[in-house]
Design a protein. Sequence first.
Lengths: 522, 393
Amino acid sequence: MSKNILEMRTITKTFPGVKALEDVELDVIDGEIHAICGENGAGKSTLMKVLSGVYPHGTYTGEIIFDGKEAKFNSINESESKGIVIIHQELALVPYLSVAENIFLGNERRGRGGLIDWNRTNHEAMALMEQVGLKENPMTPVGQLGVGKQQLIEIAKALSKEVRLLILDEPTSALNDHDSAHLLGLLRKLKERGIGSIMISHKLNEIVDVADRTTILRDGKTVETIDMSEPDSTQDRIIKGMVGRSLENRYPSRTHDIGEEVLRVENWTVHHPTQTGRVVVEGAGFKVHAGEVIGIAGVMGAGRTELAMSVFGQSYGRDITGEIYKRGERIKVRDVSEAIRHGIAYVTEDRKKYGLNLIQDIRTNISSAGLGKLSSHGFVNGNKELAVAEEYRESMNIKTPTVLQTIGNLSGGNQQKVVLSKWIYTDADVMILDEPTRGIDVGAKYEIYTIINRLVKAGKAVVMISSELPELLGTCDRIYTLAFGRMTGELAVTDATPQALMALMTQEREQEPMIKDKEVLS
Amino acid sequence: MKTGTANIRNLVTRNIRTSGIYIAFVLIIALFAILTDGTLLSATNVTNIILQYSYILILAIGMVIVIIAGHIDLSVGSVVALTGAVSAVLVVENGAPWWLGIIAALVVGLLVGAWQGFWVAFVGIPAFITTLAGMLLFRGLTLLVLGNISLSPFPAEYGEIAAGFQNGLLGGKGFDLFTVVIFAIAVAGYAFSAVRARRNRIAYKQTVGATPIFILRLVAVAIVVMWFAWQLAHARGLPNVLIILAVLVIIYTLITTRTVFGRHVYAIGGNLSAAMLSGVKVRWVNFGIMLNMGLLAGVAGVVYSSRSNGAQPAAGNMFELDAIAACFIGGAAVTGGVGRVTGAIVGGLIMAVMSNGMQLMGIDQSIQSVVKGLVLLLAVAFDVYNKRRAGAR
């Protein structure tokens, strides 16, 4: 029986209004590969940020025991000095510096007089690169290497710091199969050398493949820790743990009165805007009818937002191919104003970054996409604009003393209502809602669902993208699943279960069979 | 009817960013009025300030739009020189009629704007770089056009643009009645539109300031403006360039606050991604902004060449910096999205009063430069501080 290198006891972390973690327990045995699973928002990343000192000691409750001693990290530097190294999903390498420079960044190999000893730097870098199986010139700029190799450089960098426990956040999400296999092999090799790792992943097959034990988080709580050597520790077992909760009555009921087809997307393929050759969405398609809510389910990085934004006037990606049909007629949507003209609206996932002009008032934000309706000869009718803003303040229940309030001062829920108002005012027939309830409280969520119901009742078509399966099951008529850029299934909500969706959402590329349920609604 | 009446403190704190500048303006005028024993506010000096800084103010109008959209234009000084030079070559050297010189200058300004707009909007070169290149490029072209020598003088009609006055049209004893009447009409128009705007806001159930404060503000504005008119009327009358300036301020205030184009400028500066995803044709708006800046630089070129009665190879040197400073002192945000035409004008006037006041006091050029630099720095520091406080959430 080996000892625990890490014990996290009753970790509770609250943000204003939300309990992100509640009494979370995590034990990691020295030298094991420990996987952490959970839906988006279950608290995985928060837990790792607590562990690595991003959230310093004192901002959470509970205790962390590392290597037998209680650890009170105040910064990443402190946790790193103890040998805990975290590798984030978005790699933190400087593209213009060489491999060797990146490996020793902040930890430079110095020689006489404090100057950098380049021979030693490059020599040691080569030794580290060999350990991770990277055959490159250490003087190559990192930007010239692929994502897979960059990931290896991150690990080499961790090794240079005498790592005891490696934390990898979604390490293989951006990698192809070959690179993933290599990375997992490397983790096993490190384990043989006694270096354990914590791996956060959505790819359940990899977890089953490589992990010794798996801890499942759900809604900020530890559900269980599974010993992966047990024979019944299968993917299904993990999925059950991840989603095992009942649907409460959190969704307002509505009538299902589905009309004609409004929007159909076919053979939709999108390439990454900067990484040439990387396919983000591949041959995807969906259709939505008047008065219908369809859901697009997928884990983070599955290509949901990319799919929606590329449909919305090619706002994302390059080399986009495929067809869009509006009421059966093929249309071209080359930019956002064309999308608006064709009655397509897109409510972004990140409202602060992409949806709102935070330094302006509510009125201006509401009118910003529908200014054409408010103006003649290029002049905006300010009085009408105010009247419109007031109308939406009332009908959408935006809680503010005046529509001249700067929007940055509103709560997340009210900001989201402003974004919805803005798009409803454009008279769109199809509303694509990307994570419409992210980061807003339960009450405001209910209001958003009510607004969605009102929209479909008025004959609009709604496409809902969400990471929260209960939300999709509670609001949609049909749900498409997206995994690694491909549509892996289409289920009527009456046939869908969290387990079935999760299985489709994590379905890997090689596995061929897809659950196609085309007859369900037509 | 519920209208809601904001109290004074609320009004002040909420509008400190925009009203702070007016308070600062008044304080600076008062300071220099005292330091110069009132010379600053004398009739001739007030006229002088207008004549001397008109072209900076014209540039500031275009510049504030550029800055609101999150760009910068370093080339305007060179464009002023180039447009003036083209005009001078036609009119002074080749004897073309004076109005052809004006048209040529404006066309050259537009061409420059289109050139820079092309690079900024369609190629995607940052405006800083494009206009830095333009600064060198257009200065070089100026030297080329002028053959490295100054050209003067312009015919008298051309000089009237910046140095002429409307005087004696209605007579008046010891002062120009016309000037006073024009200003009285302007004040009445301002009061009328302010009352109407207020009525509208009440009709749409928006918060408005308390009635006494509103009236007090109208009266204060009226007094200040009429006093200013009185001073001008006692000097040489209504400067032509002030008419040009007033027309431009009115047009561009309308453009920035009332038109779709203006809205798009603010949207781009406030959040570029959100603007794009709201259907704003960002490229065309950026092109329009640079085109407009070129046109206004052409106007400033005409005014400057008219005032200096000729074209010089070094004309307009450092104008861009004065224009940019005027915008930032006038409350434009360094990060874009915030700014006003009126703010830029007041910012420009603050610079003008400070320079003029210090000149009257006989303060050395070196100290003047130091003071102006510090004022700019403090104005932007104030903006950054405000933003940090507001953007903490």
